[in-house]
Ligand binder design. Structure first.
Ligand code: AMP
Ligand code: GLY
Length: 434
């Protein structure tokens, strides 16, 4: 069949690479399209230009090209209801409806769903003005977390270590820094613990675990400096033990899927749960309604089954008829190469060379923000490349990924040098243990 993949980052390159191996594209004539895609995705797909905010145009393309499955990579088109428009036109679509995508699109929506279904999460208060926010602060101890309600490109959350910082964060939200995303805010109790990401595929009824990961949000080594979209990740996250994963599934993910269905908002797609492993058990930090970036890259490295069949079965509501997803027991680790200046204003246009040399040791270099300029591959975004390795341990995957980073020729790029540090420290301290 023909498939259309929407998005342009490293997440979508990893999805395209894996989809290209799917039986769904096994007949001669079957085509993978991507929009807008990037030069890495172009190795696996035909790139097309579509305005994702013009739903009629996307539906028209799908009808003209007889698209059998659309996969929506990023959150914005989902929150904007693109999956509804496609499904309304009879096009099988991987990704939740506009209503269900509120799990990512509105922090207050998710917190209230958690209350209704007894899902463990931080205590919170929803506020609609700076005045309400400042008053609500009195009910929380410090540190406290302040969040803009809507999508704010990962920048709407402040973990405030002082009351003054919390007040400033509230003022910023209601001063309009985040536009409509800041029409409301959520003040949250600070949770202590280690974070892990847990993924599940669901068609609204069946829920299947789809792996775990840990990422590195700060720009600098040792987790310092400003927040980013993610500077690296590894999978699995052994800190999410089978016991804790079972707890996350039973107490958080399954009640969410059941609750959404019972309330007439069935959720279909991938549910990405950001979890805090607290001394009182696993708690939900937040949901995303799509794969993580760069978490998807490490999941795809480990996935052994047919991604296309899994995503199509999810879209068609028959996930229960498939064998559960299978992943390699090995560890995947990805290092994000970013352009100098990221997460501020990244320097674009820097030349990128020697990808083949970097990949010579079996590593995959996914394109995140690249473009072709006069036949030369150049940087065109903040996060530029995702250098991804699969090895028996996180330590070995890290060594392989950095060997590939060192083989690359990208003078304008930088990366963290300590991706995977938490797990590597645990691996080292486990050496010699019985
Ligand atoms: P979010 O965008 O909701 O994932 O928040 C971004 C980051 O803020 C998370 O990855 C956590 O590191 C931190 N965070 C969010 N909520 C809390 C909380 N209630 N307690 C502690 N840290 C939090
Ligand atoms: N890496 C975090 C995210 O995709 O939201």
């Amino acid at each position: 069949m023909n498939i259309l993949l929407l998005g342009s980052g490293g997440r979508e390159h990893a999805l395209a690479w894996k989809l290209a191996q799917s039986r769904l594209l096994g007949n001669s004539g079957d085509k993978l399209f991507a929009s807008p895609g990037n030069p890495g995705i172009a190795d696996h797909a035909e790139l097309v230009t579509l305005d994702l905010t013009d739903h009629a145009a996307v539906v028209g393309f799908c009808e003209a090209q007889r698209i059998g499955l659309v996969i929506v990579g990023p959150e914005a088109p989902l929150v904007d209801g693109l999956a509804d428009s496609l499904r309304g036109a009879g096009v099988a679509t991987f990704g939740p409806s506009k209503t269900a995508a509120q799990l990512e699109g509105s922090k207050a929506f998710t917190k209230e769903l958690c209350v209704r279904h007894n899902i463990p999460t931080a205590g919170f208060k929803r506020v609609a003005s700076a005045h309400e926010g400042l008053t609500a602060l009195d009910d929380f101890s410090i540190p406290v977390v302040v969040k803009a309600d809507g999508l704010a490109a990962g920048k709407g959350v402040t973990v405030a270590l002082t009351r003054a910082e919390a007040e400033a964060a509230i003022a910023e939200i209601f001063d309009g820094r985040f536009g409509a995303a800041g029409a409301e805010a959520v003040i949250e109790e600070f949770m202590q613990g280690e974070e892990a990401s847990f993924f599940a595929l669901t068609d609204g009824h069946t829920v299947v675990p789809f792996g775990s990961a840990q990422d590195h949000k700060r720009v600098g080594d040792g987790d310092v400096g400003p927040n980013t979209g993610g500077m690296g990740a590894y999978s699995p996250a052994p800190v999410l033990t089978p016991l804790l994963e079972g707890e996350a599934l039973e107490r958080i993910v399954v009640p969410t899927v059941r609750g959404m269905a019972a309330e007439g908002m069935p959720y279909s797609g991938v549910l990405y749960a950001g979890l805090m492993l607290t001394p009182d058990g696993v708690k939900l930090i937040e949901y995303n309604c799509r794969f993580g970036d760069p978490e998807c890259q490490v999941l795809m490295m480990r996935l052994e089954g047919d991604l296309g069949e899994l995503l199509l079965a999810t879209a068609e509501g028959r996930l229960g008829t498939l064998q559960p997803p299978r992943f390699s027991a090995e560890s995947a680790l990805t290092v994000v190469m970013a352009a100098q200046g990221y997460p501020g204003t990244p320097r674009s246009g820097g030349a990128i060379k020697a990808i083949a040399e970097a990949e010579a040791n079996g590593t995959k270099v996914f394109h995140a923000g690249t473009a072709l300029k006069d036949g030369q591959l150049v940087a065109s975004g903040g996060r530029v490349l995702n250098v991804t390795a699969l090895s028996p341990s996180v330590s070995e995957a890290q060594a392989a990924a950095y060997a590939a980073v060192d083989a690359l020729d990208f003078a304008d790029g930088f990366c963290r040098r300590d991706i995977g540090w938490q797990e590597i420290a645990r691996e080292k301290s486990a050496v010699g243990r019985p």
